[in-house]
Design a protein around this ligand. Structure first.
Ligand code: TNX
Length: 616
């Protein structure tokens, strides 16, 4: 009996080179847009753009959108044909029109000229993103580039389409924050949730409390050690890792985001995750003990005292400054993972529990959040908190961000509260994206594949249509304990963010069929999902090309459904499955690492006894 051992080894690095090195899948029609538009109608003809474009608008609100389009066209491979030219044959007109129904809706019409009509400035910006994607994939001709004549009618399924970034666990420079916001806008997402404070660093300048950034923004630099094994700061250490954003920089970011149709929601954590706050002002804790900002792991003393009135004075002063910086309707106040051990023994907290007639520490947390909720409501703002704020009673006007699965979101929606879905099941982009952890930089834990994100839905089955209206949308969370650099942040987020953007934008039922799915045949749910995924993957190739041009790092998932190691009897035929239609698989049969010169896999082939197949 012959044993044939076949090994399938995937090399992320090689795959990356192949992708960026090869000419990506490209076709003129149909155009390939992420997130998938609601409707595209082609008129069968095409347009040539050769001597630049005129970009015009009569609406002053669209002035910036106009310059954004001109700047972004400049990055494209066809930039030479898309420069501004008053004598150009093709005019791009940007306009506002109230007749469009949906707030962020737009119509993009390409005939002899190009028109983008939006109900709002945001709608026009989304239309610009679609047009840029079309330009990016248009083939070059002798005369210029050729684009198909078409009409896109498009609008989002959800009003809240967010991306979060934790800048406490690792600090990210202002230029990267802008690049991250660009990415949000490219995906037609509209919220940047800026996690500005946590145990390992306070990152926003507050004029009334300078120590928050003099002390709270800095920690001892143990970046060379694993996150969970970093010793606390000693008397001999100096705190050199960190940074913060000045109020001027914050204003700059808020304006930058707004110009791109993105709202910035700040998060100020309370009552837990407050070690950096307490390091700056120890009197805000129950024990009042001086501690340093922890460099990693779980912080010891990290809960604010709920008994002292000074805590609330402090928080109201901080929030007052925050409110003047962020025009957003929402202010996020955290509320997660508040370890209440300190409260159990704190005389101030116990006094408060008694005086307010509260049952226990859980109700004390609820008292805490309700008090902040009343303050924010009095300032015309809406509080968002992580789902722990449900415990001990939900504050009257609170919106809940459901992260520990969907349960918190379901409960809140049934109580008539608005909900944003960020469940660990499919929204945690700090988790691994492949089953083989060795292929990726060290991550927190968990595994969320691209497919998992793509097949997710923010509206749980448990809700009836009325309750479902409370689901505002969803958001990708990016906790940065294991994301020390900008490149890794991009790599973790992409392309899962691309999948989430489509979940949040495109109509639920619009499963566009790919070429191989036959019309009219009865399809099982499984086949339907696969067809949808494969259509997305086809478009993703083109999209990743755009991300490459814009200099983003991204992850390329290992092919799915392919065996890693298998024992066969006698010889066999090998069939490899490549879910990335725009990449090539190359293989060897002698055990050596595949190279660019190795044969390209294009169809199943026989393998004899003793061969070692390696493919990447
Ligand atoms: C839980 S999600 C946290 C964060 C951590 C994250 C790690 C949430 C509201 N709290 O503080 O960074 O897990 O995945």
């Amino acid at each position: 009996m012959n044993h044939l051992k076949i090994q399938f080894l995937l090399s992320l690095v090689t795959l990356f080179i192949l992708v960026t090195g090869c000419k990506l899948y490209r076709e003129q029609t149909p155009v390939s847009i992420i997130p998938n538009p609601v409707s595209i109608i082609y008129d069968g003809k095409s347009n040539e753009i050769g001597n630049g474009v005129k970009v015009v608008t009569r609406d002053t609100a669209l002035r910036f959108a106009r310059s954004l389009l001109l700047t972004q066209m400049n990055d494209l491979p066809a930039a030479e044909f898309l420069n501004e030219n008053p004598k150009a044959r093709v005019t791009i007109r940007l306009e506002l029109n109230d007749k469009i129904e949906q707030t962020e809706g737009y119509i993009l019409k390409i005939d002899k000229n190009i028109t983008i009509t939006g109900k709002s400035r945001e709608g026009v910006i989304h239309g610009i993103q679609s047009l840029l994607q079309i330009f990016q994939q248009s083939p070059k001709t002798d005369e210029g580039i050729r684009i198909p004549r078409l009409t896109i009618n498009d609008y989002p399924r959800f009003g809240y389409r967010g991306m979060h970034l934790d800048v406490s666990r690792h600090f990210f420079q202002i230029d990267f924050i802008k690049k991250y916001i660009d990415l949000i806008a490219m995906h037609k997402m509209n919220v940047f949730h800026w996690h500005l404070t946590d145990d390992q660093g306070w990152r926003i300048e507050i004029k009334k409390y300078p120590k928050l950034t003099e002390v709270g923004a800095w920690r001892v630099d143990h970046e060379d050690l694993p996150w969970g094994e970093r010793p606390d700061q000693t008397a001999n250490d100096s705190a050199t890792y960190g940074g913060y954003y000045t109020q001027e920089q914050i204003r700059e970011i808020v304006a930058y985001a707004s110009e791109r149709g993105v709202t910035v929601i700040p998060e100020i954590e309370m009552p837990g995750h407050s070690a950096a706050t307490i390091a700056s002002y120890p009197e805000l804790s129950c024990r009042g003990k001086q501690t340093a900002v922890p460099p990693g792991g779980r912080a010891g003393i990290n809960i604010l005292c709920a008994g002292k009135d000074g805590t609330f004075t402090f928080l109201e002063n901080v929030l007052s400054e925050v409110i003047t910086l962020f025009p957003s309707k929402y202010i996020h106040i955290g509320g997660d993972e508040a370890w209440k051990k300190e409260w159990e023994t704190c005389p101030h907290c116990q006094k408060r529990i008694k005086e307010e007639g509260l049952a226990d520490e859980r109700e004390l947390q609820s008292y805490f959040i309700r008090r902040i909720d009343r303050f924010l409501t009095s300032k015309g703002k809406t509080l968002i908190g992580w789902d722990e704020i449900l415990e001990g009673g939900l504050a009257e006007n609170a919106t809940v961000m459901s992260w520990r699965g969907e349960a918190g979101g379901i409960k809140a929606a049934k109580m008539n509260h608005d909900v944003i879905m960020t469940p660990v099941d499919y929204c945690y982009f700090d988790y691994y994206q492949s089953t083989d952890k060795n292929l990726e930089p060290l991550a927190f834990n968990g595994y969320i594949s691209l497919e998992k994100v793509y097949h997710s839905d923010p509206v749980p089955d448990a809700l009836n249509p009325e309750e479902a209206k409370h689901i505002l949308g969803a958001q990708g969370n990016v906790w940065t304990e294991f994301i020390p650099t900008e490149a890794i942040a991009e790599y973790r987020v992409l392309p899962r963010m691309s999948a989430l953007s489509e979940v949040l934008w495109s109509p639920k039922q619009a499963a566009r069929r790919d070429a191989s799915a036959k019309q009219g045949q009865s399809q099982t749910e499984q086949e339907n999902r696969q067809a949808k995924m494969s259509d997305f993957m086809n478009r993703l190739g083109t999209f990743l090309n755009w991300l490459t041009i814009e200099k983003y790092h991204f992850h390329i998932p290992a092919p799915q459904g392919v065996f890693k190691e298998m024992i066969f009897l006698d010889s066999t035929r090998v069939e490899l499955l490549n879910p990335w239609p725009f990449t090539q698989i190359r293989y060897t049969l002698d055990g050596s690492e595949p190279k660019l010169q190795s044969p390209v896999y294009d169809q199943p082939f026989p393998v004899d006894d003793g061969a070692i197949l390696k493919a990447s």
